[in-house]
Design a protein around this ligand. Structure first.
Ligand code: SAJ
Length: 413
């Protein structure tokens, strides 16, 4: 059905590796390309290089079956899926340099009939940009921005939208937006995704697909910002914000999300800036929401400092470092930012507890911080800060918290 036997996935990170493995598990021969030698070696040994439920067994199975292989050099294939990072720069402008280098590395191996799909979350216009870039490098071929449906190479944008922690389930079951630069591009991309996706696949153009992905994450950011703004108001008015939200959510058309220590991860804390950068005049709400969420860790640090000031010798157990519950991913994590600020400001002795990692990130280690197990931290701490609502923290016997000051940033206790 697919008309594809052999595909290449460029970038074997949180999105690329699961995607490559699922295609391989559905019978395609997949070569994964990554610039990191450690990533390539680990995958070829049959192991993922990060934690994600059920990914271990899947990667082992497809590597042992010879269906997935990783390499550092580009190889020819019928379709190429680009799944590389698209970070923001210091000035909040998008950095699409990884996407551009992926396109540059694909260009030399392209042959007529190939399909190039951008999966990375990207600013509007990036799909057209890679089409133009590949055309510059391969004047012997034609591309959709030049020849529409008659082009020799097809280019599409099919943004990933899987939730870390549920990737293998969502990569198959979520609906997908398939944005072709032309109808033919979309149709061919649709044929490829149909191999693995059971959810609805909707076809549109590449620019709409680009903005759709950014919109999904900006929507969530704005909604979390609403909850976080309420938490600040409630703090002033001495009202429990979680009780307040539970009451308001009884209304049939109200569904407020949960306040927390801030918004982390590589997506929601980043993607709204792509919209702001594209139209700073109109993206007022989106920008303000981003600022509210980015400001929340400072509020939490101030709260902890206030509480610590009431203790003679504060020993602060910081529970959780990841950007959200039950994952090992520390990217853009508000918990890391909070622990970093507390340590820099020398608020007290800090004991970091994060059961999902075995080593602290370098920037925290450099401040002299150490990882502790939960029980050890509870024995010594007089101030306990819940930063991440990991299952293992919620299951604890609450009597261990007796006689300690508790700052629960997640409303989980
Ligand atoms: N958070 C809150 N309150 C909430 C919900 C979340 O504070 O009520 C925080 C989390 O603790 C975390 C952050 O927001 O720090 C983001 O977590 P998340 O679970 O909302 O989302 P991500 O970043 O893991 O994944 C998102 C998803 N996007 C949407 O739900 C619209 C996912 O589907 C995307 O594929 C992913 O971004 C991505 O890669 O873009």
């Amino acid at each position: 059905m697919a008309n594809f036997d052999r595909i290449a996935v460029v970038g074997l990170g949180y999105i690329g590796l699961p995607t490559a493995a699922v295609f391989a598990d559905n019978g395609l021969t997949v070569v994964g390309i990554d610039t990191d030698a450690h990533v390539v070696e680990t995958i070829n040994a049959g192991r993922p290089h990060f934690g994600e439920p059920n990914l271990d067994a899947l990667v082992r199975r497809v590597v042992e079956a010879g269906r997935l292989r990783a390499t550092r050099t580009m190889e020819a294939a019928e379709a190429f899926i680009i799944a590389v990072p698209t970070p923001i720069r210091e000035d909040h402008k998008p950095d699409i340099s990884y996407v551009e280098s992926a396109a540059r590395s694909i260009a030399p191996v392209l042959t007529p009939g190939n399909l190039v799909i951008l999966e990375s979350t990207s600013p509007v216009g990036t799909t057209e940009r890679i089409s133009a870039l590949m055309a510059e490098l391969r004047p012997d071929l034609t591309f959709p921005h030049q020849q529409g449906d008659l082009a020799m190479v097809q280019v599409a944008h099919c943004p990933e939208r899987v939730l870390p922690g549920k990737i293998l389930e969502e990569v198959v079951n979520n609906a997908r937006v398939i944005g072709g630069m032309t109808r033919k591009c979309a149709q061919r991309a649709l044929n490829l995704y149909k191999v693995i996706v059971r959810g609805d696949c909707r076809v549109t153009n590449a620019r709409t697909a680009e903005l759709a992905k950014l919109t999904e994450n900006a929507y969530r950011d704005v909604n979390i910002a609403f909850a976080n703004e309420l938490s600040l108001i409630c703090d002033k008015l001495k009202i429990n914000v979680w009780d307040l939200i539970a009451m308001a959510n009884l209304h049939p058309r109200v569904n407020i999300l949960s306040p927390g220590p801030g918004v982390g991860g590589h997506c929601i804390a980043v993607d709204p800036w792509f919209i702001v950068a594209a139209d700073p005049v109109n993206a007022k709400l989106i920008k303000t929401a981003r600022e509210i969420n980015a400001g929340k860790p400072h509020f939490v640090v101030d709260k902890i400092r206030e509480r610590a000031a009431t203790l003679k010798q504060p020993v602060i157990a910081c529970l959780g470092l990841s950007f959200k519950k039950d994952v090992d991913d520390l990217r853009e994590s508000p918990a890391v930012e909070i622990v970093h600020s507390l340590a820099t400001a020398k608020v007290g002795e800090i004991m970091v507890v994060e059961p999902h990692i075995s080593e602290l990130p370098k920037e925290l280690e450099a401040l002299g911080l150490k990882l502790y197990d939960f029980d050890h931290a509870m024995e010594r701490a007089n101030l306990v800060v819940l930063l991440v609502d990991h299952m293992s923290f919620l299951d604890v016997d609450r009597s261990v918290l007796k006689d300690k000051i508790v700052v629960d940033t997640r409303g989980a206790w």
